[in-house]
Design a protein around this ligand. Structure first.
Ligand SMILES: [Zn+2]
Length: 269
C-alpha cells in the first residue's frame, strides 16, 4: 500500500537549521509520527506564509508533502505560539532546554503520544509564572520514564536492599539510588538527601498539578538539578548545549536584573 502523497499533523518545532538561501530544515515532534524532519521552503523570507507558523517552540497544524529525501511543509497554521515563553529570556532558555532534551533522546519516526503531551504540557506550564525549576525536574523525570531510563528509587539500584530513611546516594552508572553500603563502594555516586529522594519518588508517579504543589527550597532545588543533570549527561554521554546557556543566565541574573528578551537575542536562537 502506498502512503498518501500529502498528510497533516500537529507538530512542535524543536529545532531549525538554515538550508540554502531561504529555506530551513525543521525538526518536529508530532503525536503520531514521533520526531520527523521536514523542509520549510522560503520560510526565511519575510514574505513567507509559513514564517511565523514554524518558529521554534511553536505548536502548529501542518500540511506536508512527501519528498524524495525530506518531506516538505506546504501549509502551516499556529495553534499556540507560546509568546509568554518567548518574550522572557529565562523562560525561553527553559523552553530551548526541553526541546533539546527531546531532540537528543528521541530517535526519528518513533511515536510516543505521552511524550508529545508532556512536551506540550511543559511548554504551557513554563508560559505561566510557576516554579520553573520544579517544572524542569518533573519534565526530566517523566521524559526519562517514557524513554526507558526511569531511575530506580524504591530499592538500592545495585543490591536491591531497602533504602533507609537517611542520606543515601544517587549513581548515574547504576541508574538510581544506592543504599549506604553500596554508596560506600561507588565513588562516582553523589550524596542524595532524604528530601530529594522523597520528591523524586513523588514526581515519578504524579501529575503536574500535584508535582507543583510541593514546596521546594532553593537548596533542595539545586540538589535535584545537580542529580538530574549528572544523570542526563551520563545517559547522553554529553553536556547539552542549552545547559551552558541556562548556567550563564543564572550567573548573569545574580549580577543584575534583566528585562525582557530583545528581538535581537531571539534572532540568534
Ligand atoms: Zn545496595
Amino acid at each position: 500500500m502506498n502512503s498518501p502523497r500529502v498528510y497533516q499533523t500537529e507538530a512542535i518545532v524543536l529545532k531549525r537549521i538554515k538550508l540554502g538561501e531561504a529555506d530551513r530544515i525543521l525538526t518536529l515532534y508530532t503525536p503520531n509520527l514521533g520526531k520527523i524532519r521536514a523542509v520549510a521552503k522560503g520560510s526565511r523570507r519575510t514574505t513567507s506564509k509559513l514564517g511565523g507558523h514554524v518558529e521554534l517552540l511553536t505548536h502548529s497544524q501542518l500540511m506536508l508533502a512527501r519528498g524524495r529525501n525530506l518531506d516538505i511543509v506546504t501549509q502551516a497554521q499556529t495553534i499556540d505560539n507560546f509568546l509568554a515563553l518567548k518574550d522572557n529570556l529565562d523562560k525561553l532558555s527553559f523552553g530551548l532546554y526541553i526541546s533539546e532534551l527531546v531532540d537528543s533522546f528521541t530517535p526519528d519516526h518513533v511515536d510516543d503520544r505521552r511524550l508529545f503531551n508532556l512536551l506540550l504540557d511543559t511548554l504551557q506550564q513554563l508560559s505561566q509564572d510557576k516554579d520553573a525549576s520544579s517544572i524542569l525536574r518533573y519534565f526530566e523525570l517523566r521524559l526519562l520514564d517514557y524513554l526507558g531510563y526511569r531511575p530506580q528509587l524504591r530499592q538500592c539500584a545495585n543490591c536491591g536492599s531497602a533504602i533507609e530513611p537517611a542520606v543515601n546516594s544517587f549513581s548515574s552508572r547504576y541508574g538510581g539510588v544506592l543504599c549506604q553500603d553500596c554508596s560506600y563502594h561507588e565513588p562516582t555516586a553523589r550524596s542524595l538527601s532524604l528530601n530529594a529522594l522523597k520528591v523524586m519518588r513523588l514526581w515519578q508517579n504524579c501529575n503536574y498539578a500535584t508535582a507543583l504543589r510541593v514546596r521546594i527550597d532553593p537548596k533542595l532545588a539545586s540538589e535535584l538539578e545537580k542529580v538530574m543533570r549528572e544523570y542526563i549527561k551520563f545517559l547522553l554521554e554529553k553536556q547539552l548545549k542549552s545547559t551552558e546557556w541556562l548556567d550563564k543566565l543564572k550567573h548573569d541574573s545574580s549580577l543584575q536584573q534583566r528585562g525582557n528578551a530583545s528581538t535581537e537575542n531571539r534572532q540568534q536562537m
